[in-house]
Design a protein around this ligand. Sequence first.
Ligand code: ZN
Length: 247
Amino acid sequence: MRLLLFSDVHANATALEAALKACAGHWDRALCLGDIVGYGPDPNEVVDRVRPLVSAIVRGNHDKAVSGASDLDDFNPVARAALEWTRSQLVPENIQYLRDLPGGPLAIDGIALVHGSVNDEDEYVFAPAQALDGILTSPRRVTFFGHTHMQGGFSYDGENVQRIELRPNTGVTLVTLRLEPKTRYLLNPGSIGQPRDGDPRAAFAIANLEQQKVEFWRAPYDISAVQDRMERTGAPEALVLRLAFGR
Ligand code: ZN
C-alpha cells in the first residue's frame, strides 16, 4: 500500500492540483494532516477537492478556528485577517465539514497522523528535544505530522533523536528515506500550499511501509497565479509575498 501524505494545503488549489498531477498513479490511499484552509484564496475549492480524496484526515488549528471549534485569539493579526476572510467565503456545508474533523493522533494503515504533535495537536515540533516525547508515546512506529510547514522530521534509534533534513534539490522531484529497523520516526511531508523550508514548491510524501521507504516529493506550481488571486481578495501582502520565497 502506497500512502499519499499531505498537509497544510491552506486553500491553495493551484498547488494542490500540481501536487496531485505530479504523483498521479504513485499512490493508493490519501491521508491528510490538517490545515486545508486559511491563508489561501480557494477555501471552498480545496475543501471540495480534499473531501472525496482522503480516506483519513485530522484537523489543523486553522480548520478549527475557521469553523468556530476554537477562537481566533491565538492567531497573529495577519493570520486572523485571512481566517476571517476564509470564514466569510466558506459555504455552510464546508464549515460543518471542518468543524467535524477529528483531532489526532489517528492510527490508520500502520501509521499515526497528527497535526502538531502527538500529545498536543497545536504544538509546533521544530527541535529534536520536542520530538522525543511524541516519538515515544505515539501508537505507531511511524508518525506523520504537519503544522511547521517544514519537510523532513526526526528519527529515534533508542539512543538519540536525529533530525532528518531530506528534501529534493532544485529540479529534482523526490528523495527517498529508507526506514531502519528498530527506529521510530516522526515525519513531516511539508506543506502543499505555503512551504516554509526555503523551497517554494508544493511538498508532500508517499510512504510504502511494505518496502520500508518514504519518499519526500516537491512539485512546482504557478505561484504568481495564486498571488494574483490573493491580491484580488485583499489578502495581507506578507502572505502573498512569502509564497514565492517558501518562507
Ligand atoms: Zn499550517
